[in-house]
Design a protein around this ligand. Structure first.
Ligand code: F7E
Length: 304
């Protein structure tokens, strides 16, 4: 499902052949217009498509921006999930539902965070996602829907949006190498995150919907690093001294940040047989290579 916007922003899926709004015998991937704030459209889509599985990753997903758009974030990220669950229930379908929940729901809760850890969200984004999480659990318990909540910690790839910290750093390094900028402005360098690779995490989402029963799972690596360490590794791979290039800009500090996230994925390991396979350094290296290539340069990175 895609949202209408006046300029197309589908570069991340352009390599996939798709048909839009028409039945093309050869296409296996269809895009439909829809919006999480429009229940009529969602109901119609669910009834027409009758999907076997729905993966609800739709969100205003930027934590800092959620402080500026709290109501919209609640509508799209919180109520949006309810609209989809209700669409499945009222259509009487056996559609399996995946809710993209998030480690942001844990917020201030001390690590290691697992499925039983009480939530203490620190942002409108985290609060909206906590509501959507409990609605997913409720539709499973109250209406018997096959609805799973995947509590995913940060997961990254070269397709990560440019204003999330991993991509901002790898893109910043590439632009410094290309001589297009000399400095990179960041916010809280002390925040600690448990970063994994998006491909490993998407496999976990799919696995959740292939089980005999629906349940909730934490997906994480169990390893945490500071933003400072991320910066050190990315600049180090490119042979640069980060202290000569990074400034702390208070405008990137959040009204309330999550200090430390470190997940315990034991349940996913035991029940889904899931393990992360791509290391943090390999992931940052791949993101860096992709951003350096995009600058028209040849990546010459240090060995891992
Ligand atoms: O920030 C700090 C920032 O924006 C990570 C989303 O996918 O993961 C993501 O949320 C940390 C924070 O991700 C900058 O303060 C420092 O402590 O990359 P981020 P996030 O907020 O953790 C979760 C699991 C989601 O569900 C979200 O949708 O890095 N930080 N300096 C910075 N962050 C940004 N964006 N920009 C900076 O300049």
């Amino acid at each position: 499902m895609v949202r209408r916007s006046s300029s197309l922003n589908r570069t991340r899926i352009d390599h996939l052949e798709h048909a839009h709004g028409r039945r093309d015998a050869n296409a296996r991937f269809f895009l439909h217009y829809g919006d999480m704030t429009d229940s009529g459209g969602l109901n119609r889509l669910v009834k027409t498509v009758q999907p076997d599985e729905i993966y609800n990753l739709a969100a205003q997903s930027h934590v800092q921006i959620s402080f500026d758009q709290p109501e919209y974030t609640a509508d799209a990220d919180g109520l949006g999930a309810t609209r989809l669950l209700e669409a499945i229930r009222t259509a009487g379908l056996r559609t399996r539902f995946y809710q993209a929940s998030t480690s942001e729901m844990f917020g201030l809760a001390p690590p290691p965070q697992r499925e039983t850890t009480p939530f203490h969200p620190r942002s409108p984004y985290g609060a909206a996602k906590a509501y959507a999480h409990w609605m997913t659990v409720n539709y499973r318990e109250a209406h018997g829907l096959f609805a799973c909540s995947g509590i995913l910690f940060n997961h990254e790839s070269p397709r990560r949006g440019e204003n999330f910290v991993t991509r901002k750093v790898t893109r910043g390094v590439a632009q410094i190498l290309a001589g297009r900028q000399a400095r990179l402005r960041l916010g809280n360098l002390d925040a600690q995150r448990d970063w994994g690779d998006a491909r490993d995490y998407v496999r976990a989402m799919w696995l959740m919907l292939q089980q005999d029963t629906a349940d909730d799972y934490v997906i994480a690596t169990g390893v945490t690093r500071t933003v400072r360490e991320l910066v050190e590794i990315a600049f180090g791979l490119a042979g640069l001294d980060w202290t000569a290039h990074v400034d702390v800009d208070p405008s990137y500090l959040r009204p309330a940040d999550v200090p430390v996230l470190c997940g315990d994925p034991q349940k996913a390991r035991d029940r889904l047989g899931w393990e992360p396979t791509i290391s943090f350094a390999a992931m940052i290296r791949e993101m860096l290579e992709s951003d350096i290539l995009a600058e028209g340069l040849t990546p010459r990175l240090a060995a891992l």
